[in-house]
Design a binder for this molecule. Sequence first.
Ligand code: HEC
Length: 185
Amino acid sequence: MKKSYCLAVILLGTSLMGASLNETTAQQNGESASTALVQKLGSQVKGIMQKEGPVEAVNFCSKNAISLTHEVSKAHGVKMKRVTLQQRNPVNRPTTEEINIMNRWMSEMAKAQQPTAVLTNTPTGFTYYKPLVINNDVCLKCHGTVDSTTPLGQVLKAAYPNDRATGYKMGDLRGMIVVDIPTVE
Ligand code: HEC
């Protein structure tokens, strides 16, 4: 009797440990995949801005941002997308749940709190939501006040007639990276 009770405790203990380990691993995967994406996109855009200028950098983003996101996702065994409350590319529209999380971050930021990543359970694993805050001047070239008469302004307008992704300032929430982390094959 006593023995089986003991065994049950041990089993319960290990299954709880299993669950929390999974969660920790998912959190780490989400963080490393989203960081890799930010670095990859950021360094490429910065490099092209410096070498070829902002117009070419816009063309680069239009052509490659989504495929690069898929590439980095594949390398990390996850699925990623970038979403925002104010889209430039209409493809990057958020779901209701994503909108709720971004709104929560915005109200935390209004109270001078740092937005922190969120991890949720899904039927197939976890989803990790990483806040994307504008913390680099380079972002403002294309997401700050853009003069529509410059070549940059014109190329943006031609490619994104319904562009809502300008007018940001340093420290603003630009959006989020959503990382789907499967734990079930
Ligand atoms: C050279 C211009 C340029 C620069 C610089 C730039 N972006 Fe963008 N950004 C774009 C374009 C074009 C798109 C739309 C294509 C895409 O990426 O899906 C975009 C889209 C995005 C999106 C997807 C949401 C949406 O609005 O469609 C996010 C998030 C984003 N940018 C964040 C940033 C951040 C953060 C920085 C600074 C590290 C930055 N961008 C710098 C041009 C730029």
